[in-house]
Design a protein around this ligand. Structure first.
Ligand SMILES: Cc1cc2nc3c(=O)[nH]c(=O)nc-3n(C[C@H](O)[C@H](O)[C@H](O)COP(=O)(O)OP(=O)(O)OC[C@H]3O[C@@H](n4cnc5c(N)ncnc54)[C@H](O)[C@@H]3O)c2cc1C
Length: 425
């Protein structure tokens, strides 16, 4: 394809996967660094990612690619916890009912067993039904609904079930019964093992792969003329293309194409994503928690996930790095300083450290984060992508496909597109 003029918008993993398999492709990235959501940065002597990132891929080819040049911390038994109303219990809750007070444990187990009978063979139509059929009413009402509304900011019945693969464990009756009796050996099975770079954060895994890619930084696309096949950038420059591959968020892409028709704009308007804040700080104390990360159910605490970067990279240096993640609806604009201060304050109470022990803190925002897998998503994204394809614009990646993809899959989606376009030529 080297004689074919291909432009890629976005230098994250999907753009990288495409460019490495399409010689001659030029990648235009809005930011000053590549990596997109897989970027890491150093703050107060610790490496932080854009939200907890670990490598739990089972894809042998991907592992060979990313593990070759990077010294890794290999975790064989991760510790993942939950917190609710002063109680710490292992993740996922249904496999560790013995961690709950006896009355809660019994109610949860009774409802779980009843659900196995009552809903046998029923096909769930939404996430609320999926949880009810899998786990029963008690776990649904007291855990899953609480967390979903806090994290996704969407009623459960508006969420689809197509995002669940690899996240929640399918119902395993014996395990759950054993867990209620306290016999659960496994602290959790999803993400039980993972790899993480010893230095440089998650991005160190993929940084070497950018060598040889024609990458143009600080190039934010602002307009796409699908008829003239021309992209205009924020710095006023323009580039012509024969093929355009976009990995930037679909709604942003549609907004920069002046002649996108009303039905496409309407479909694009249905695509929802969360806004993501990371509060990063370092506490002058060696040990704050046995967990690698934990989830917070309490509705009065905005933070939903907390991770400990030194525990991921396997460092021990007398301090603890903490990353607290807050997800809000895409159009929410919370005051950042008070969000940061309250997060640090709330975690001081949960993890029992004093504010005077906090060496430094910062807050960072990713305006477009997890794609909300509501019932409208799949059809709306397909409509937009079909229209774009008809204009010679292909899309790939987490935000180009507008569906949740882990990092290995984001890269693979770019690679698959390059291979398909190479065959089509
Ligand atoms: C909170 C969170 C946690 C995650 N945790 C994990 C994990 O633990 N393990 C794992 O394997 N995966 C994880 N992932 C998934 C992983 O981060 C993504 O799959 C991957 O980084 C997506 O790559 P991408 O190229 O598709 O998108 P992006 O990384 O978003 O790349 C798109 C690029 O386009 C650029 N861009 C945007 N607008 C423009 C414009 N107008 N012009 C030019 N460039 C533009 C952006 O700056 C960005 O670099 C997580 C994702 C999230 C959101």
């Amino acid at each position: 394809m080297s004689d074919h003029n291909v432009i890629v918008l976005g230098g994250g993993l999907a753009g990288l996967g495409f460019a490495r398999h399409c010689p001659g492709a030029r990648v235009f990235e809005a930011e000053a660094e590549p990596g997109g959501y897989a970027r890491s940065h150093e703050f107060a002597g610790a490496w932080f990612d854009q939200g907890a990132h670990i490598c739990h891929s089972q894809d042998a080819a991907w592992l060979e690619l990313v593990c070759a040049g990077t010294p890794l911390h290999e975790m064989s038994k991760s510790v993942v916890l939950n917190h609710k109303a002063g109680l710490w219990f292992a993740y996922p809750v249904q496999n560790h009912l013995a961690d709950l007070p006896a009355a809660e444990r019994d109610a949860a187990l009774a409802d779980f067993l009843a659900a196995q009978e009552k809903y046998r063979g029923r096909e769930p139509q939404n996430y609320e039904e999926w949880c009810r059929f899998q786990y029963g009413d008690y776990l649904l009402e007291n855990f899953y609904r609480l967390y979903t509304e806090k994290y996704w900011h969407v009623p459960m019945r508006e969420l689809a079930t197509d995002w669940l693969g690899g996240r929640l464990l399918p119902s395993q009756v014996e395990n759950i019964i054993a867990g209620a009796r306290g016999y659960q050996e496994e602290k959790q099975a999803v993400f039980r093992t993972f790899r993480y770079p010893k230095r440089g954060g998650f991005f160190a895994l993929v940084a070497p792969l950018y060598g040889g890619v024609d990458l143009r930084l600080n190039k934010r696309a602002v307009r796409v003329d699908a008829v003239k096949r021309r992209v205009t950038f924020a710095d006023g420059t323009e580039e012509d293309f024969e093929s355009l591959v976009s990995t930037i968020p679909l709604p942003q892409l549609v907004a920069m194409i002046p002649d996108a028709p009303a039905d496409v704009r309407e479909a694009s308007g249905k695509l929802r994503a969360l806004r993501h804040y990371c509060v990063n700080f370092v506490v002058d104390r060696e040990h704050l928690s046995e967990a690698n990360w934990f989830y917070v159910y309490d509705p009065e605490i905005a933070v939903s996930r907390v991770s400990f970067p030194f525990s991921l990279s396997g460092e021990a240096n007398g301090r603890t790095a903490v990353q607290a993640e807050v997800f809000v609806p895409g159009d929410a604009r919370p005051a950042e300083e008070s969000l940061r201060d309250k997060a640090v304050d709330d975690l001081g109470r949960l993890l029992k450290f004093q504010q005077a022990e906090v060496a430094a803190s910062e807050i960072r925002c990713e305006p477009v984060s997890y794609v909300v897998s509501d019932l409208a998503r799949a059809a709306a994204a397909a409509h937009v992508r079909d229209w774009l394809r008809g204009r010679g614009i292909e899309t790939a990646g987490l935000f180009g496909n507008w569906e949740y993809l882990w990092s290995d899959r984001a890269y693979a989606s770019g690679r698959a597109l390059a291979e398909a376009m190479g065959r089509a030529k």
